[in-house]
Design a protein around this ligand. Structure first.
Ligand SMILES: Cc1cc2nc3c(=O)[nH]c(=O)nc-3n(C[C@H](O)[C@H](O)[C@H](O)COP(=O)(O)O)c2cc1C
Ligand code: SF4
Length: 555
């Protein structure tokens, strides 16, 4: 089935939300995910098979729902069946298994089936998480407003509608929420800056460009629970006096695009988007705009240029986007997960969110386990768990069963961490202290077959391809960086120190002279590879440590 067909079948099964909801009360539900990863593993075939079987056996009296993914990607395609005890999961399912599962289910013979995983909510991998932002992902029908509301949706908005803008901003400040897009800037302070600007046209912009390697939390959330993002954006609009929102979505996410558009239309039909929201004197409109595949368009000022219809070139700051953002007006630019965390904060209060986490890293982090990992997927946990424990408990080591050698955290500009740093807790400050970043929570695992010199070269190459070209250290520096690494790798013992010195100088120039973090952070993966994996560059253990300054601060 093509992506279009899959979505249209999703939409048609949800075209009338209210009648759908009453149908849900009358019939059992069978769930098969429409998440992009689940579909890549064959969930559309399973959904087709379920539809066929339910037609063949009307006595099963069940309805197919295409939900988001629970994030257990090694178990996709996952099939869940409603029972009086709760939802029972089976996976990974093949089309040939469907009839047997549905019939076993009809006779309540659940536990005997070899693919049965028991009650979904009791699967330890899922049960032990702290899902605040992802609470409904994989649980509800993503575009059914009634299902969203039946699971606590729009309660945060109702609370916000009863508060003053300052009270809303104060709740976000109390929560300690920091931007999940990478820079970890306090969200409440950003909102306060926009609120404090004189009343005028203001904007809420959601950064859904999600370009970091190994990250998919934004996509999963938009495909599995788009209303929580929509609700977060409406609350942001109420908080700062903005009546227009834009979701800047990467074009590589066609499924998220369709689901978001359908969800916005359904929210509008239900009176949550548009004029006089919930009968209050407040209007908020929302549109999705597609990017065109440039990593740098995830950088907030470049994103704003792109939204204005221009080439995605980074703007110098100041002025901050909060003061002069989209079309020169005060603008909140927040990541998908930052905005989607807000409804929980307004529903349960800032303190409830702040109670999770450690130090200045409050709340939860949706962590994405990717690369060479046995159990890849999405884990939402309070900040503070160590990388080692996280991978042992949830990732279960490498997929190849070879020893882990290196872990890259925080996307393509993040440092490569060697074994002795795997005890570091997931906490913005702890990561900064070791010269690393948490970024968007993407974790990419490598086994002992990785060539770290090739990875360092790739970091420079990535910057060559993705630099916006505005400043020299990044535009020229990354091209020279690839050349110098090539020379270093080809050098003999005598020539090597000179090339190493030059590479270090170049890294300094990029780190301290670049206009934005693209050029400024590209040295992070390069330097960590040199420092902790010197043998891959034919360097001795002591050589690089003596010769390189250790870079720690993000620009
Ligand atoms: C090169 C580069 C790429 C970025 N890509 C993204 C991205 O894809 N998504 C995102 O939310 N933030 C990205 N950021 C961070 C944004 O500039 C900005 O900090 C963020 O959108 C602010 O939202 P937050 O405070 O909610 O994190 C990127 C930054 C840089 C320097
Ligand atoms: S560092 Fe690179 S991406 Fe950033 S402004 Fe300079 S050239 Fe553009």
């Amino acid at each position: 089935m093509s992506p279009n067909q899959a979505t249209s079948s999703t939409n048609s099964s949800n075209s009338s939300n209210s009648s759908n909801s009453s149908k849900h009360l009358l019939s059992k539900r069978v769930y098969v995910s429409l998440d992009t990863t689940a579909r890549s593993k064959g969930s559309d075939l399973i959904a087709d098979q379920v539809s066929r079987q339910l037609k063949l056996q009307p006595e099963l009296a069940a309805t197919l729902v295409r939900n988001g993914s629970r994030g257990m990607f090694w178990l996709e395609p996952l099939l869940e069946v409603e029972t009086p005890q709760g939802r029972v999961a089976y996976g990974p399912v093949k089309p040939a298994d469907v009839s047997e599962i549905l019939n076993a289910q009809a006779f309540n013979d659940v536990t005997n089936h070899p693919l049965c995983l028991g009650l979904t909510e009791q699967i330890p991998w899922l049960k032990e998480q702290q899902r605040l932002t992802f609470a409904r992902v994989g649980v509800i029908d993503p575009i059914d407003v009634a299902d969203y509301q039946a699971n606590g949706g729009f309660v945060g908005l109702q609370q916000a509608l009863e508060k003053s803008p300052q009270q809303i901003v104060d709740q976000v400040k109390t929560s300690g929420l920091r931007g999940r897009g990478g820079a970890a800037f306090p969200t409440g302070i950003k909102w306060q800056t926009v609120l404090d600007e004189v009343p005028q046209q203001k904007y809420i912009v959601c950064n859904a460009d999600e370009g970091d390697s190994g990250t998919f939390a934004d996509r999963m959330l938009m495909e599995g629970d788009p209303f929580v993002l929509i609700e977060g954006m409406i609350i942001a609009g109420l908080a700062v006096g903005a009546n227009q929102g834009y979701i800047y979505l990467r074009s590589e996410y066609p499924q998220a695009h369709k689901i978001l558009n359908q969800a916005i239309a359904n929210a509008q039909a239900a009176g949550f988007v548009g004029d006089n929201i919930c009968g209050h004197d407040f209007n908020f409109n929302l549109e999705v705009r597609l990017g065109a595949g440039a990593y740098i368009c995830g950088e907030e000022t470049s994103l704003l240029e792109s939204l204005e219809g221009k080439r995605g070139l980074v703007r110098a700051k100041p002025p901050l986007p909060a003061i002069e953002g989209l079309f020169g007006r005060p603008t909140i630019v927040n990541n998908v997960i930052s905005l989607a965390s807000v409804p929980y904060i307004l529903s349960y209060g800032g303190e409830a969110y702040r109670d999770y986490g450690i130090g200045r890293s409050r709340g939860t982090l949706p962590i994405q386990l990717a690369g060479n990992v046995a159990q890849g997927g999405l884990v939402e946990l309070a900040f503070g768990i160590s990388l080692k424990e996280l991978i042992a408990r949830y990732g279960k080591g490498t997929k190849t069963k070879r020893p882990m050698r290196s872990i890259q955290v925080g996307g393509p500009l993040g440092a490569y961490l060697p074994q002795h740093q795997w005890d570091t807790p997931l906490d913005y400050e702890a990561f900064s202290a070791i010269g690393a970043v948490l970024g968007h929570g993407g974790i990419v695992i490598f086994d002992d077959s990785v060539d770290m010199a090739a990875q360092a070269r790739f970091a420079m190459e990535f910057c060559v391809a993705e630099s916006c070209g505005k400043c020299t250290p990044c535009r020229i520096g990354s091209t020279r960086g690839v050349e110098v690494i090539d020379k270093l790798l080809a050098a003999d013992d005598e020539q090597r120190p000179a090339h190493l010195e030059l590479l270090n100088d170049l890294c300094d120039t990029m780190e301290f002279g670049s206009l934005c973090a693209m050029g400024g952070m590209t040295p992070f993966p390069v330097r960590s590879a040199l420092k902790f994996f010197p043998s891959d560059f034919s360097l001795t253990d002591s050589q690089p440590a003596e010769q390189q300054p250790s870079s720690t601060e993000a620009p």
